[in-house]
Design a protein around this ligand. Structure first.
Ligand code: SF4
Length: 176
């Protein structure tokens, strides 16, 4: 049973300060129609944080935007870590918001993968290790910039890819 408090992993753009459309860089390719550097608002981003071309992203060369999933990290950094502070009012907030979003994305992706791993044919020891990783991450806690910095530098987040690397040696995915 996964009883510890867990974050909402569903993105809610209505509660996010358009972090993916500002913080992330992309290169002109078949997924993006032009280059955009990190920490610069996309030219298609409207002042109300809506995407002006949302209804026609693939047709306009932005298939990459339709594939991106922050796993709920965006609204959490906006509403919990930087509650009351927006890069729109204070551009100096962009670097610390970017740092927090970088770690929160890793955290939410790790939690999503660990939940998905529950459906794999794991041994009792592997299931215990999976639950232990989730407990150590304590992803449902109140996060601050300092706590996210500690998480990035500490062992708990780094242990997740190591767990999956070890699983790949022993677990065969279920036949479809
Ligand atoms: S095209 Fe729209 S969804 Fe994609 S980065 Fe720009 S504003 Fe965001």
């Amino acid at each position: 049973m996964e009883t510890m408090s867990q974050p909402d992993l569903r993105p809610d753009c209505s509660r996010c300060d358009a972090l993916c459309c500002v913080l992330l860089a992309f290169d002109a390719s078949d997924a993006f129609a032009f280059d955009k550097p990190a920490c610069v608002a996309c030219r298609h981003l409207a002042p109300d944080n809506a995407c002006r071309i949302h209804a026609s992203l693939p047709e306009q060369g932005f298939r990459g935007c339709t594939l991106f999933d922050c796993h709920g990290a965006g609204q959490r950094v906006t509403g919990q870590v930087f509650a009351g502070g927006s890069w729109r009012d204070d551009p100096a907030l962009l670097p610390p918001i970017e740092a927090a979003f970088r770690v929160m994305r890793r955290l939410h992706e790790a939690v999503a993968l660990l939940h998905q791993a529950a459906s794999l044919p794991l041994s009792p020891e592997q299931q215990a290790a999976r639950l232990s990783l989730l407990a150590n991450l304590d992803a449902g806690r109140d996060w601050t910039e300092a706590a996210l910095r500690d998480l990035e530098l500490g062992p708990d987040l780094k242990a997740v890819p190591a767990f999956f690397a070890a699983l790949r040696q022993t677990v065969k995915p279920p036949r479809r």
